[in-house]
Design a protein around this ligand. Structure first.
Ligand code: G6P
Length: 615
């Protein structure tokens, strides 16, 4: 949800800023811009509607000199995507330029006050108010840019990560953060600023994550100065060493990140499991759980708060935890939970489930539960992101950077971690037998290999995609563990192909949705051999009886559904609770190939952003 990049050092800033914007483009891609202080001492801003390529094209004949600059890729919240609303924004005198990720809630009040002081605004954004406010404070208080930013952050309400530069001081960038992420990369006499570490990693693996309320002075060639929320200078700044590699951020020969990430799953799940399941399959260890054993043993209830794909993984987590731990689990849309006055006690555990670790609603749900005394546990992918830093404990899914906006490998990573957590807590509580633990844990270890087997059907899935691309509506049905997999399959298709798709519990279909079935609307049914297999078979018959076309995901060797369905895709047999890890793979591929045939921008679908750091 908007990406920020900044650079100050000895190198030319522009290539670093542009490359950084490309890396962050998954966060927003409706417009972008750069601001640089040129070698002539001018503060140049170049902005363009559309993708970063459009900006590069626009800027190609401009003065791109300078060793200090800030840049931004936007996902519009206030004001339509156009050149004017794109960031960076100038202050009134054009002395300052600022980029912002987040939303300023009281911007109208501030704008009215600034208008009274003679300030004029060219854009419709909340961001322009911030840069004008900083200039106003600096000019009226005759203070430094740092003091003006500090005072402005006291006056603004909302979420922000900002970076500001001043034409009169080409040796300084001031940055601040509240509820939106900001990372500073520390190089040799140079600093890199970004919304996450991906633009930084090719230059340095040493980063400083800014905490909420912190403001930093990034001076050329000087040590970093970070001031905490109380305005105190921090003597000791935590420098984190990243282990991410640049290859992980590249497409590696695939046409899209999404396809690369789908095909990476055997490896990412092996990484996720690595060191957590013993080689004999008899022990599961997640240190974040083990260290808080008592909390899990005494939990009256577990609440899983999440959004989007993570919410679907959370639904599978509910089945797993209730099955193995006999602890009641509620899965909440974080955005609803946070505004509901929910009943939460100190006997509850809230699991914040989030790929990015930055989703604003999930973060707020976590803070609310924490305030009410719950133990909060994070399951995230992005190391050092806001959610892991706000929780009491947690564990990472370790699937590497996910760049494609449609989540794939993070989903299977989340389900894998939830399965391990359920087994571990179940074992600690004595609610899961050694035999079951051994069977399921051993099957988890087989998942990477089984996913590779599913990939052998890639060309068959491509053919199916050709057959089904005509459809305007799709129905996805599943039951039990695979109901969330059906929801996720439908979401994948919607997100990237823009075909309307609805996920439904198979049996619930007859209470309304069945009215939609005709030969125009394909039904994708997950009909694997589980405890409701026969029931699902009769749901398929109901669809067929109404002239519906059925594509079924079945267990290898199935002879019943394969005779009924129009098309089938087989997945290998595995413990029932792990089947979503397999059934979701062909659904990811199906959505991908349909979207490609329809000519969609798979990695950056319209209106979506990878991490939603606004409400
Ligand atoms: C956005 C993304 C989804 C993601 C959701 C939750 O909507 O486009 O792919 O599932 O946010 O994100 P999180 O990072 O919290 O898992």
């Amino acid at each position: 949800m908007c990406g920020i990049v900044g650079y100050i050092g000895k190198r030319e800033a522009y290539p670093i800023l542009i490359q950084g914007l490309h890396r962050l483009e998954y966060r927003g891609y409706d417009s972008s811009g750069v601001a640089m202080i040129s070698t002539k001492g001018e503060l140049n801003i170049y902005k363009s509607k559309g993708k970063v390529d459009a900006l590069e094209h626009y800027a190609s004949d401009k003065d791109l000199s300078g060793t200090i600059g800030i840049a931004h890729t936007r996902w519009a919240t206030h004001g339509e995507p156009n050149d004017t609303n794109a960031h960076p924004h100038y202050s009134q005198s054009k002395r300052l330029a600022l980029v912002h990720n987040g939303t300023i809630e009281n911007y109208t009040v501030l704008k009215v006050a600034l208008l009274k002081h003679g300030y004029t605004f060219v854009s419709e954004t909340d961001t322009e108010v911030v840069v004008q406010l900083i200039e106003y404070i600096r000019d009226t208080n005759h203070c430094s840019l740092f003091d003006a930013v500090k005072e402005a952050t006291r006056q603004i309400v909302g979420a922000y990560a900002i970076a500001v530069i001043d034409k009169e001081n080409p040796d300084q960038i001031i940055v601040a953060r509240q509820s939106s992420p900001l990372v500073i990369g520390v190089g040799e006499d140079e600093y890199f600023i970004a919304s996450d570490a991906t633009p930084i990693i090719e230059y340095t693996n040493k980063v400083v994550y800014l905490n909420d309320g912190e403001v930093a002075i990034v001076n050329r060639g000087e040590p970093l100065h970070v001031f905490d929320a109380q305005g105190e200078s921090k003597d000791c700044i935590d420098i984190t060493e990243l282990r991410m590699s640049i290859e992980e951020l590249e497409k590696g020969g695939y046409p899209h990140f999404m396809l690369k990430e789908i095909f990476e799953q055997p490896k990412t799940l092996a990484d996720c499991i690595s060191g957590r399941i013993s080689s004999d399959g008899k022990r599961v260890v997640l240190s974040g759980v083990v260290m808080n054993k008592e909390k899990f043993l005494n939990a009256h209830r577990i609440i899983i708060a999440a959004c989007g794909t993570s919410w679907h993984a959370g639904l599978i987590g509910k089945h797993l935890i209730e099955d193995f731990c006999r602890i009641p689990v509620e899965v909440e849309y974080a955005s609803e939970f946070r505004y509901r006055n929910p009943v939460v006690t100190e006997h509850d555990i809230l699991i914040a489930l989030s790929q990015s670790g930055e989703t604003a609603d999930t973060l707020a749900a976590l803070e609310l539960a924490k305030k009410k005394g719950a133990f909060v546990f994070g399951i995230c992918n992005v190391i050092g992101s806001s959610i892991p830093r706000a929780t009491h404990s947690g564990c990472y899914i370790h699937v590497g950077p996910e760049i494609g906006v449609a989540s794939t490998k993070a989903f299977t990573g989340q389900v894998t971690v939830l399965a391990m957590l359920a087994l571990l807590v179940g074992q600690m509580k004595g609610t899961v037998s050694d035999e079951t633990l051994h069977r399921v844990a051993s099957d988890l270890r087989r998942v990477p290999k089984l996913i590779k087997d599913i990939f052998k059907m890639d060309s068959q899935i491509q053919d199916l995609a050709k057959i089904f691309t005509y459809a305007h509506n799709f129905l996805y049905l599943g039951r039990g563990y695979n109901y969330p997999a059906a929801l996720e399959g439908a979401l994948k298709l919607k997100e990237i192909s823009y075909i309307h798709a609805e996920g439904y519990p198979a049996a619930e279909m007859k209470h309304g949705t069945i009215a939609l079935i005709d030969n125009e609307m394909p039904t994708v049914v997950i009909a694997i051999k589980d405890n409701v297999y026969e029931k699902t078979v009769s749901n398929i018959q109901q669809v067929k009886a109404r002239g519906g076309r059925v594509l079924a995901i079945v267990t290898e060797g199935d002879e019943i559904v394969s005779k009924m369905a129009d098309y089938i895709i087989e997945v290998p047999e595995i413990a029932e609770c792990l089947t979503p890890l397999l059934t979701s793979i062909p659904l990811q591929l199906l959505a991908y190939y349909i979207a490609v045939i329809k000519g969609r921008n798979v990695d950056q679908p319209r209106n979506l952003a990878k991490s939603v750091t606004v409400e």
